[in-house]
Design a binder for this molecule. Structure first.
Ligand code: FMN
Length: 195
């Protein structure tokens, strides 16, 4: 594979910041589809693809989400053109015969809710991270959030279904110059080891 160039690394990582202040500029549905078409290519165990995505954009759905948010996340979420609920389908294994036909892996998870949930959480979190990086690659800014009441989101959006919320991501075009300065990151020696 050809490594991406320096400008791409700037867009994806060095210049990209978590965003809280949004321009009044919409995201059209075609871009959300383009985003998903790339996100879905990211790897998951057994290709199980447990993440489910709700693109919350209507005033009615935004209002429903509002009541589920921590206070500090309300204003920026209401101002963002789209908020993604990154969820996981706890019965993701029903699609395994289609997604990974080489092995009959459905029985590994069916009737084993703890293992199914661990697998769903691990892989939907990865897929949510892919969403952040793909969004940046498509010129969007993102604001991921765990400050919300998961039980309330599940009741408001997923009642009667097997979907369960994982985390939220605001999407839009950030106000230039309004991001926080970068906080320090751990050095290689603090966070990594070559064994
Ligand atoms: C899973 C996740 C949950 C987060 N939850 C919140 C949140 O509830 N509210 C908030 O203001 N920021 C939240 N953040 C933003 C982080 O604080 C931010 O991404 C981090 O400090 C890095 O900032 P930077 O991208 O500007 O370097 C969250 C980030 C992630 C990845």
């Amino acid at each position: 594979m050809t490594p991406v160039n320096d400008a791409a690394l700037d867009t994806l990582f060095r210049e990209a910041h978590t965003c809280s202040a949004w321009q009044d500029k919409p995201i059209d549905n075609a871009l959300l589809h383009e985003l998903y078409e790339l996100v879905r290519l990211g790897p998951t165990s057994l290709n199980c693809c447990p993440a489910r995505f709700v693109f919350v954009r209507s005033a009615e759905a935004k209002e429903r989400l509002k009541g589920c948010l921590s206070e500090g996340n309300v204003a920026k979420t209401m101002a963002a053109p789209v908020t993604v609920i990154v969820a996981q389908d706890l019965e993701f294994y029903e699609a395994l015969p289609r997604l990974f036909p080489q092995i009959d892996a459905r029985p590994w998870f069916a009737g084993k809710p703890a293992f199914a949930e661990t697998t769903a959480l691990r892989n939907s979190s990865l897929q949510g991270a892919y969403l952040i990086v793909v969004a940046r690659a498509l010129g969007l800014d993102t604001g991921p959030m765990s400050g919300f009441d998961g039980a309330k989101v599940d009741a408001a959006f997923f009642a009667g279904s097997t979907w369960k919320s994982n985390f939220l991501v605001n999407l839009g075009y950030g106000e230039p110059g309004k991001t926080h300065p970068r906080n320090p990151r751990l050095s290689f020696d603090e966070a990594a080891r070559i064994a």
